[in-house]
Design a protein around this ligand. Structure first.
Ligand SMILES: Nc1ccccc1C(=O)C[C@H](N)C(=O)O
Length: 306
């Protein structure tokens, strides 16, 4: 199978789901297999907090660097041992349905990546209700412009996002860099258990602080935008990895597969990976480990061994 199949009827199947079923499909913690829902969320924050504390205590870093004028427009930069202007950068955007999570507990991948010579940036954005989706997308754009301007000699900027953060990273496939006066040296996207079509989210309890009109949802849906007016890859060599956990819900699988298919049809150098035996949270927290398959994929992509 080329992974590009799946007839049109699977596109809107969520519209036939009951409210309860949709709520279930869009509640990642209910699909965790090894822990209860609450315990999974608790463990996720605990691992994130510990990894962040460790990263801040052990390596060279710059914390709370402003990338804009707003109070929430800050990022943390974690450097490898060897100081060099010509580093590859991985910029990470945390998840939490655009209304929870923080950069201060999201430095999962810092240790295995800095050990191999990658600078890791964890960028904050104003979650709802303070921030709107349009503002979050704008802030993420600003944070990438900031990294490019501060480190013009970078060996590539790679974006990584988890869940809602994968959505924000994916919106950068559509960014108008000309308007920003600088085109970042974007070489790859690692989209982890993301949501790319926001319309179904409007019908769940998570939507309360987020979207009011279908137009808001479509404007902020990379799936809808790329399907209706395909954007050309700025750099045809730029890679996009769409990845989902085996234990993510069927709707999360559908979102990832369909977004990957849209990218391929639009000429992007995209690949798709379902990661074996991980849920929505393990898929990310395992990035604390250097031997984890996704850590290895990220490193191989950055150092072009695959
Ligand atoms: N805290 C998170 C961090 C990352 C990604 C999702 C969440 C969620 O809380 C999702 C949803 N509220 C759930 O209960 O599954």
């Amino acid at each position: 199978m080329d992974g590009l199949g799946g007839g049109p009827k699977c596109g809107a199947s969520w519209k036939r789901m009951s409210k309860e079923e949709l709520e279930n499909q869009y509640s990642p913690s209910r699909w965790v297999v090894r822990l209860g829902a609450e315990e999974a969320l608790r463990t996720y924050s605990q691992i994130g907090n510990e990894a962040t504390k460790r990263a801040q205590a052990t390596g060279r870093n710059l914390l709370d660097v402003p990338y804009g004028d707003g109070e929430g427009e800050k990022l943390d930069i974690y450097f490898p041992e060897a100081v060099s202007e010509a580093l590859p950068f991985l910029v990470f955007f945390h998840g939490g349905y655009w209304q929870s999570g923080s950069k201060d507990s999201s430095a999962f991948m810092v240790s295995p990546l800095t050990a191999q010579g990658v600078a890791v940036v964890i960028a904050a954005y104003d979650i709802a209700p303070k921030g709107t989706l349009d503002q979050m997308v704008d802030q993420v754009t600003q944070s990438i412009v900031f990294v490019q301007k501060e480190y013009p000699g970078n060996q590539g900027i790679y974006l990584c996002g988890h869940s809602a953060g994968a959505h924000l990273a994916a919106m950068m496939l559509l960014a108008n860099w000309t308007k920003r006066g600088v085109t970042p040296n974007l070489k790859g996207f690692f989209l982890v258990s993301g949501i790319y079509d926001l319309e179904p989210v409007m019908h769940t309890s998570e939507n309360a602080p987020l979207l009011t009109t279908l137009e808001d949802a479509q404007r902020n849906s990379p799936q809808w935008r790329l399907k209706t007016s395909p954007a050309q890859p700025v750099d045809p060599a730029c890679r996009v990895l769409v990845t989902v956990g085996q234990h993510d819900s069927p709707e999360f699988h559908r979102q990832s597969r369909e977004f990957y298919q849209t990218l391929r049809r639009g000429g992007w150098k995209a690949s798709f990976e379902e990661l074996h035996d991980v849920d929505h949270f393990e898929i990310l927290w395992n990035l604390t480990q250097k031997d984890y398959v996704l850590t290895q994929i990220i490193l191989k992509t950055i150092f072009q061994e695959s």
